[in-house]
Design a protein around this ligand. Structure first.
Ligand code: DUT
Ligand code: MG
Length: 150
C-alpha cells in the first residue's frame, strides 16, 4: 500500500484541489498557487513566495522535495532558487514555493496555476561520527571533472 501524506487546507484556500499526479507514472505531484486575490505578477529579477494552500504531514522517514516544473523554468523563466526545496517530516506549516524570475519579462500567475511539483522520497537520518582515517578507493580525493569530460 502506498504511504499517506496528510494535507490540511489553509484558511485562504477555499477551493484548490489536493495536489495530484498528472499521470499514473508521474514521479511528482503538481502544486498549485493559492492566490486569494486572484493573481500575482513576478517582475524580472524578483522573487515571490507562494503558498500551495495546504499544510502537510509527511510520514516519518520521508521528505518532500519541491522542484520546478520544466515548462515554468525553461519557457516562463521562473526558477526555484532553493531547488529542491526541502519539506521536513516534522514541518506542520504552510508549504511555500519560492519562484524567481530570471527572464526579462514580467510573468503573471493565476490562482490555481500549477507552479511546481513535489516528490516524496525516503530519507536516511544517520549517525555522524568523527574519524581520523577514511577507507581507500580508486577515486580517492579526485573530483570536479577528474575522470575527464567525454
Ligand atoms: O521550498 C520550501 C522550503 C522549505 N519550506 C518549509 C518546510 C521546511 O520543513 C521548512 C524549513 O526548510 P529548510 O530546512 O530548507 O530551511 P532552513 O533555512 O534550514 O530553516 P530551518 O532552520 O527552519 O530548518 O521550511 C517550504 O515551505 N518551502
Ligand atoms: Mg533546515
Amino acid at each position: 500500500m502506498s504511504k499517506q501524506v496528510k494535507f490540511k487546507r489553509t484558511e485562504a484556500n477555499g477551493d484548490l484541489p489536493l495536489p495530484s499526479y498528472a499521470t499514473p507514472g508521474a514521479a511528482a505531484m503538481d502544486l498549485r498557487a493559492c492566490l486569494p486575490d486572484g493573481a500575482v505578477t513576478v517582475e524580472p529579477a524578483s522573487l515571490v513566495m507562494l503558498s500551495i494552500g495546504f499544510c502537510v504531514e509527511l510520514p516519518q522517514g520521508t521528505e518532500m522535495q519541491i522542484r520546478a516544473r520544466s515548462g515554468m523554468a525553461l519557457k516562463r523563466h521562473l526558477m526555484i532558487p532553493n531547488a529542491p526545496g526541502t519539506i521536513d517530516s516534522d514541518y506542520r506549516g504552510e508549504v511555500k514555493v519560492g519562484l524567481y524570475n530570471y527572464g526579462t519579462e514580467p510573468v503573471t500567475l493565476n490562482h490555481g496555476d500549477r507552479i511546481a511539483q513535489a516528490v516524496v522520497a525516503d530519507v536516511l537520518q544517520v549517525d555522524c561520527r568523527e574519524v581520523s582515517d577514511l577507507s581507500d578507493t580508486e577515486r580517492g580525493a579526485g573530483g570536479f571533472g577528474s575522470t575527464g569530460v567525454s
